[in-house]
Structures are given as C-alpha cells and as structure tokens.
Design a protein around this ligand. Structure first.
Ligand code: URA
Ligand code: CA
Length: 433
C-alpha cells in the first residue's frame, strides 16, 4: 500500500477501507509516513468529509495505537463523561462525587487546559496535596472501593491522536467534524468506559460555534460510540457565555463546593443534574431520568455528595479540610471589584475572551509549557439576561499583580450591557441516536 494512493482516492471522493485507514494511522504513528503526506491527507478529509464507517475505523485505529485501559475488574457499568470544551466549566468536579454518591462507578480521566479553556486536572491541583497522576492499579482500586477517582490521561493513551492533533494544530485542520469526532472518541474508547455521556458545547466559547455543527458533531460521536460497542448519548449545551460564575482554579473548586452545598450557580447546578441523570440511567441505576434526578437531588441535599468529595480528595492525597474551609487553598493577593459603567441588562458575555482574560491573569496556559497560578481568575456576578445598576459589581478580579488595567478593559469590552434579553437556554438538545 502507498500513502499517495490513499490521498488520491480520498481527493477523488472515494471511501477508504479499514485496511487503508489502519495503514495511514500505523504509518504516521511509527514515522514511516511523513508529515507532508499526513498534512495533505488531513486537508483532503477536511474538504471531502468521511462516512460513518471511515470515521469509526479511524477512531478505532487511533484508540488501538497505544494503551487500552481495562476497567473490567471494576464492578458495574462504568460511565464516562466528556465535554468538548468550555470556559469556567466546573461540571466534572461536582458530577464525579455526586454520581459516585448514588453508587455509579466513576473512573474519570481528565485533561489539562489550554488557551481560553480550563482543564479539570489543573483545577483539582489547586487542592493542596491532590495527586492527579494515579497508577492504573491504584486508580482501579479506588473506583472499586470508593466508586470514584479522577486521574490525568496516561502517557500512552491514543498516541496516534496526540501526533495527529499536533499536526492539525499547525495545518488549519482542527475544526473538521470527522477529525474532532474521531480524536475525542478514540481517547474515550481507549480509556475503557462501558458507556459515555458527551457534553457537546456550542457558542462562542466552544469549538462548534453554531447549533447545526454541534448537532452534527454530537450525532457523529453518538453513532461512532455505538458502532464501537459503547452506549453513548450527547447533551448539547450552551457555551455562548461561561458556565457558572467562577473562571479560575481555586475559585472553581470553591464554586464546586458551593454547588455541593446546594448554593451553586443555577446553570452549573442544572448542568450537573442533566448530565448526572443521563449517567445514572446509562449505568442502569435508575429506569427513568426523573428517578435518576431524584436520587441525585437526595444525595446532594443530604450531604452525601459532599462527603464523597472529601473522601475522593483524601484518597488522592489532598487535604479534605478545604471542603469546609476553602480559604485553606492559596488565595490571590489582590481582589478588585469591577463596577458596571451603566444600568441595563447583560446582553452578552463573550466566553472566549473572558477565558483569555483569566488566562492573562495566570489561570491558564498560552502554550503547553506555561505554568499556572491557581489562585487567580475572574468571577462573574451578573450573567446574560440579568439586570445590573450602574456602579454595581459586574465582575471580581482575583490577581497576584496590581497591574490589572488591561484585563479590566478586556472584561468591559466583552460584557455588553443594554436592552433586555432573555436568559439563554442552557440545554440545546439531547442526542441519543
Ligand atoms: N478535543 C479533542 O480531544 N480533539 C479534538 O480534535 C478537538 C477537541
Ligand atoms: Ca464555573
């Protein structure tokens, strides 16, 4: 087989066989296919698209290119949850202990943040002592004994995706639906869950800027998951503005604790219940979404979910006292209130740029090599659809430098106040087929 023939076939509208796709993935991973041919191939896929069968074969080839985690020694149906990315997305930190508290095993592999999006693993590291690199045996033991563990991705999970993603990043081929779908699903399949709940975000802070593309991506991933033998469903959610109020690391842990205490932001709380109910049903612990939601509400209101969070922190080497005393986490030196310049209704909060503002303060990374300042970030006091009076606090900036003028201006530029608008719908669709 020759790579040039595969490129030509795809260029002319042909459909690649499983053997041809395996040839490409194996050859690119082992270095026998050069970057220039892989780049051309990716661009051809960008323009010519792929059939479901091609996407499934690409996904499985990438999933099998490295370690495939075996979770079969964990009892019960292991359900994973994955978000396609957002700003201030604190969901997993609340969801993992909450769903575990009703007896669903949560073996969660999470990632780090890059650019305007944050990562769960970085946020958990804001908890003093918390270990995010768990050995496989320890990870499985914790889930078996306590229903929950959250770990960073093992080094050799889907190496083909790692290499291809880096190439896509520099060849303008990231935002291709077959390439995104196969990239995400290859890692989900390699990480061993039996069932997968996807949160496909849409809007300014997400990969998919409009609902049509988000729906197509969600449907594609659900089909691939099912073809690969994993029960998969997707929730399409709004990411036109950040989720919840906090965007940072320490302050998102505080937000997660408030949510577990029943005092969290409305949108984050709702997101957790919607995704959690789906996970509980897929795990076979409830027959209907209503029943699942009632179980989760009980676990949250009784304090069981909060206790599970403390247990999870202690199991992974962290200090569980922070749950009752969040001030024990590193705090920012300076706290600045940003007042509204006029009265009116908040019409827009540009998620991507607010995420970048938090990144500039040090809460995120511009490049993979940057380090993170856990204590900094921004907290939104008014979300889209809420009224604000001139002089009232719009945002709080948590910073370790006094020089926040540029960040303050950026926040003003990206939060629009004006005539009344409705609160945007959080859940934009549910895809099960
Ligand atoms: N996240 C991934 O893991 N891969 C993509 O291609 C896009 C988002
Ligand atoms: Ca948040």
């Amino acid at each position: 087989m020759r790579m040039i023939d595969l490129i030509e076939k795809k260029r002319d509208g042909g459909e690649l066989t499983k053997e041809e796709i395996n040839f490409f993935v194996d050859g690119y991973t082992d270095g026998s296919i050069p970057d220039y041919q892989a780049s051309t191939f990716l661009m051809t896929v960008f323009y010519k698209d792929m059939t479901d069968e091609e996407i499934t074969n690409l996904t499985l080839a990438m999933a099998n290119s490295g370690d495939v985690i075996d979770l079969s020694s964990i009892e019960g149906v292991k359900v994973d949850k994955h978000s396609t990315g957002g700003v201030g997305d604190t969901t997993t930190i609340v969801l993992a202990p909450l769903v575990a508290a009703v007896g669903v095993p949560v073996a969660k592999m999470s990632g780090r943040g890059l650019g305007h999006t944050g990562g769960t693993i970085d946020k958990l590291e804001a908890i003093p002592g918390f270990q995010v690199e768990l050995e496989n045996d320890k990870f499985i033991k914790l889930v078996n004994e306590t229903q929950v563990a959250v770990t960073g991705q093992s080094g050799n999970l889907a190496p083909a995706d790692k290499k291809l993603y880096a190439l896509r990043d520099v060849t303008a081929t990231v935002d291709s639906i077959p390439l995104i779908a196969s990239s995400i699903m290859s890692k989900k399949i390699a990480s061993g869950a039996d069932a997968i709940v996807l949160d496909v975000t849409t809007g300014d802070g997400a990969f998919m800027k409009n609902i049509e593309d988000a729906t197509r991506l969600a449907k594609t991933m659900v089909r691939i998951g099912k073809l690969a033998g994993r029960n998969t469903m997707a929730v399409i959610s709004d990411m036109s503005q950040p989720l919840g109020e906090a965007i940072g690391n320490t302050i998102e842990i505080e937000e997660a604790i408030a949510t577990l205490n029943g005092n969290g932001p409305e949108d984050l709380t709702e997101m957790v219940y919607v995704l959690g109910s789906q996970m509980v049903v897929l795990a076979g612990k409830a027959d209907t979404l209503e029943e699942a939601r009632a179980m989760l509400v009980e676990a949250l209101e009784s304090g069981k979910a909060k206790e599970k969070f403390k247990e999870m922190i202690a199991n992974q080497g962290g200090n569980p006292e922070i749950v009752d005393a969040p001030e024990k986490m590193a705090q920012a030196k300076f706290v600045y209130e940003v007042p509204a310049k006029e009265s009116g209704c908040v019409r827009e909060i540009h998620a991507e740029n607010v995420g970048i503002a938090a990144m500039i303060l040090g809460a995120g990374r511009k490049t993979k090599e940057d380090s993170i300042d856990y204590s900094v970030g921004v907290k939104l006091h008014k979300k889209v659809g809420m009224d604000v009076k001139e002089g009232e606090t719009l945002v709080t900036i948590y910073s370790n430098t006094e020089d926040v003028a540029a960040v303050r201006e950026m926040l003003y530029d990206n939060i629009t106040i004006g005539d009344k608008v409705e609160e945007p719908a959080l859940i934009r669709g549910i895809i099960t087929e």
